[in-house]
Design a protein around this ligand. Sequence first.
Ligand code: SF4
Length: 247
Amino acid sequence: MNMVFFRITYSDKYRVATLHNYGCTFRCAVCSYRLRSGANGPPGLSFPRPERFLTVPQMKQALLSVPLDKVSFMGGEPTVSKELPEMLDFVKNTLGVKAYLGHTNGSRLPLPNLDGANVGIKAWDEKVHQQYTGKPKSLIFRNFEAAFHAGLDMKANVVFIPGYVDVDQVEAIAAWLAELSSEIPFHIMGYIPVPGQPYERPTDEQMLAAVEGCRKHLRNVAYSHLTSQQALDLTARDDRFIVREIS
Ligand code: SF4
């Protein structure tokens, strides 16, 4: 897909620009982007289609206009973009700064000129993975492993959904990551109920069990346990979300 990036934000404090894309390679029923679109929205990434998209020259011009240490691509799923390889090349070789996929489902990794990626691993159970994402689990785990061995700075996260992606699966993912390295940062996000889906937000006890299970395997396990309201206003909780638009 050409022209999928529609917005560039910039953090003055962290000297990071983030390019946001529309569209995803998966169609997850429990996608958190559906928090805004409601029960009748389609599965997967379903916020309204942006009114305008940015051309490659517009993106490059915006990135040249600010001091940078890092550029992050996220969405949606940034690897749907046919322009991503050119932008990664520009970030690494013209701007000379770090290039990351700030959030990806891992369906297209590794990539040239990429320093690292934060992969949302959806499930450990093969059937759940297939049902959740419409894709086989092996694709994501193989890509993660290949990116790790290619020397990328890899992080992972999972949405903990009691009764669907339960503690056993979350812990199994942590154990698998630990076989690559026990230093891989892992973030567990407590599920935020998506309208029209049957699953509930984890209790404090369930959240603790998931975190403790993962800490048996990995040194760097963090978690978030937000309510729907908190998720819709992240700037109140984390200054990385205090940004301004530069395109
Ligand atoms: S991979 Fe992520 S962004 Fe894409 S549909 Fe699934 S949850 Fe949503």
